[in-house]
Design a protein around this ligand. Structure first.
Ligand code: GLY
Length: 254
């Protein structure tokens, strides 16, 4: 269960956010509406949400999950692999120090981003990617150990931004996962629901308490998950998706 979350208001510079493929800049006002609906969905799911002020110097700072990880036991300040995002860590550090007794830090020069981290009930999966290197994953696992958590290094599929771009936890034993990631057997021992072909971007759904947030541009996924009994809340992610957003990246939850 999540009781609290931190999000960051998108700055006007968000339209220049990083992206793997250029599908045009997002429309700022429409992106703000999508972000507002996301915050409302968290509140409706019984989460107390703190909205941090926008940071125009950091276009991708709306994705608060990448510079840090939070657990009830403490927080970990990460080191984004994207050079333009490194300063986001200092910008969120004080907020986390004010909320958590224990705040650990990854040491330079390693890299790890929260988008590569999937927390399951018994382990924390850390995906290697262009944003998370092996040394970063190892340091992160050492921090996780200090917080009493078991970490495991896994592989993100080639050319995929983050590990969680391709998967999300639907409940304590079930993962929503793309076929390309499921092939790696990383989820052996868990139940898997495969993302329908052509809707791979829907894999980054977000379970929050009793509901599962899913991009409204993915009707086959919504129908599939609803049919399996999940209480699906469709959310528009068309604009934020142009800068490779996922639903999980836009909040830190604990
Ligand atoms: N635009 C999200 C990222 O690349 O970090």
């Amino acid at each position: 269960m999540f009781r609290r979350a931190i999000v960051r208001q998108p700055a006007p510079s968000v339209v220049g956010g990083l992206r793997a493929e250029d599908r045009g800049d997002p429309i700022y006002d429409a992106l703000l509406e999508e972000h507002g609906a996301y915050v409302l969905a968290l509140i409706r799911a019984d989460v107390e949400v703190s909205v941090l002020p926008p940071l125009d110097a950091y276009p991708d700072s709306v994705f608060v999950e990448d510079p840090a990880l939070v657990f009830p036991e403490g927080a970990i300040l990460l080191r984004p692999g994207a050079p333009s995002r490194r300063g986001e860590v200092d910008e969120i550090a004080d907020e986390l120090r004010s909320r958590f007794d224990r705040v650990l830090e990854l040491p330079a020069p390693v890299f790890a981003e929260g988008g590569d981290v999937l927390v399951t009930p018994d382990r924390v999966l850390v995906g290697l990617s262009a944003r998370t290197d092996e040394a970063g994953a190892r340091e992160l696992i050492a921090c996780l150990k200090e917080l009493g958590r078991v970490g495991e290094i896994v592989q993100t599929p080639a050319d995929v931004l983050h590990f969680k771009t391709d998967c999300s936890l639907l409940d304590d034993e079930t993962v929503f996962v793309t076929k390309r990631l499921a092939r790696s057997d990383v989820f052996a021992g868990m139940k898997t629901v495969l993302v329908p072909d052509g809707e791979e971007a829907a894999a980054n759904a977000l379970r929050v308490n009793d509901v599962v947030l899913v991009g409204s541009d993915y009707p086959k996924s919504i129908e599939l998950l609803s049919g399996l009994g999940y209480d699906v809340v469709p959310l528009k992610t068309t604009e934020i998706g142009k800068i490779d957003a996922g639903l999980s990246c836009m909040s830190l939850r604990w």
